[in-house]
Design a protein around this ligand. Sequence first.
Ligand SMILES: Cc1cc2nc3c(=O)[nH]c(=O)nc-3n(C[C@H](O)[C@H](O)[C@H](O)COP(=O)(O)OP(=O)(O)OC[C@H]3O[C@@H](n4cnc5c(N)ncnc54)[C@H](O)[C@@H]3O)c2cc1C
Length: 485
Amino acid sequence: MSDYDVIIAGGGLAGTIAAQSVSHYSNQGLKILVIDRSPSNLPGLKSVSGWICGDAVSKEAVDYMTTRIKVNWTEPEIEHKVKGVMAFSPDRETSIPFDGAGYMLNRQVLPERQNQRTLAMGVDFDFEINLTGLVYEGNQVVGVQGIDNKTKTPYKKTAKVVVDATGMTSMLRNQISNTTKMEKKVDRRDVESTGRHIMYFEDGEKDLTEFDPDYCIIHLDQDIAPGGYGWVFPKGKNKVNIGLGVEKTLLEKRNQRLGKSDSVSSLINEYVERNRAIKNPRLSEDPQDKNNATGNFQVSVRRQNDCMVANGFVLVGDSAWMPKPLDAGGIGPALVAGTIVGKCVVEAIQSGDVTEKGLWKYNKEFVNEYGYKTAGLEIFRRLIQTLTNEQISYGMKHFLGNMDVEAISKGEHPDFSNVTKLGMMIRGALNKKLADGLRFTTQQNRLLTEHYHNYPDTPDGFNDWSKKLHQILDESNAKLSQYQN
Ligand SMILES: Cc1cc2nc3c(=O)[nH]c(=O)nc-3n(C[C@H](O)[C@H](O)[C@H](O)COP(=O)(O)OP(=O)(O)OC[C@H]3O[C@@H](n4cnc5c(N)ncnc54)[C@H](O)[C@@H]3O)c2cc1C
């Protein structure tokens, strides 16, 4: 007899949504426990520096969750509303809208509210528990173990299903031993080192490419944020979440190229300083930011784990590497996956099959809803990371058509209709190389999207599917290495 029906390891964003979803779909008929290492007065902390995030999420993703599991996000966890995200080229001459209307969240307040709502839905919590591994019975995961930091004693709890929502560096996924389908480790090149400040400021020059109270701004620039981007996300008329992300090896190359020795933190401080619209910036001392005003953290930018289920075990959120490869947005996919995983776990428990086979539907439903596009975006991201600022500016100005912008705004890989137009004049060898690269990623994206639409219905088909996936990815990566400038 298990202690619980479902254990959610990690009570962050993805974990609490998954718990609410299990509660909703079982009509509070299942025993659910959320376990987190944070203290109960600081729930869902990513690290000692806080809930480090850009705080932006699309309205569409929040609505996806709300309509299905009837959890409503309102003020004060929604701190500010925006009309969309705007990405600017390095020369600032071209901008592309992303994602549509959205919200700027308060990530310190959100988990407090999430926990109140989750408790009211009949879910139990255990705080200050550092989970270190899984408990197995034969080939089935039947629980979790770790240390109770309150009493410094060993901790163990059992359940029919364990949902791993412990974030990107998950120790549970890293050590899983009852599956060969689930990937355990992330490639360092698929990780962005990021950081940000939450700040108040006085008005500087009016420049909507630097700060816009209605839009989240993204700056693509290989000198400012090599292999990533800088962001200026409004939290009010004079309040901002400002930061950037880089790929570490590309930062080293950039430092060599410019004869500098910048780190993520020094780049962020320079980025704040050079912003002409922001005068006298200072870290927020608001009570609702006091544990969260500045910090650095890692985020993955790859496709989700090729297989997110094992016997008695599933992954959700950053532990499944869900943040979108192009912009590292992980809240949206966590909302979608958290909702779906709850439904699939309840169905598996009710049908009496919590093996890999019984839980498989979660893989399939997430891929159909969201995950079908991520491998194509991973390839596209790798191409963008090879480009110079001049190539990015030229490409954004000349190669994007209206349909492409529409695809990007829906989070899809664009078709680059202009690049394939016969007779289009392309100036410069580097831009011809870029056009060739874009044609290539478009073609690979079509292959990958089609392949994900054939994601197997049962575990039996997985090995063949995975072999073909890796064949396409290996070919793509080999070709992309030729584009490196
Ligand atoms: C700088 C930065 C900016 C970002 N900006 C955005 C953005 O603007 N929009 C967006 O959509 N996404 C953004 N993201 C990504 C987003 O923050 C994540 O995708 C999201 O927080 C993932 O939630 P999660 O619940 O999966 O993981 P986490 O938030 O990491 O939560 C994991 C939880 O598990 C707990 N835990 C971890 N290990 C253990 C353990 N061993 N034992 C017990 N408990 C444990 C932690 O305490 C925590 O509560 C950003 C990320 C970073 C780093």
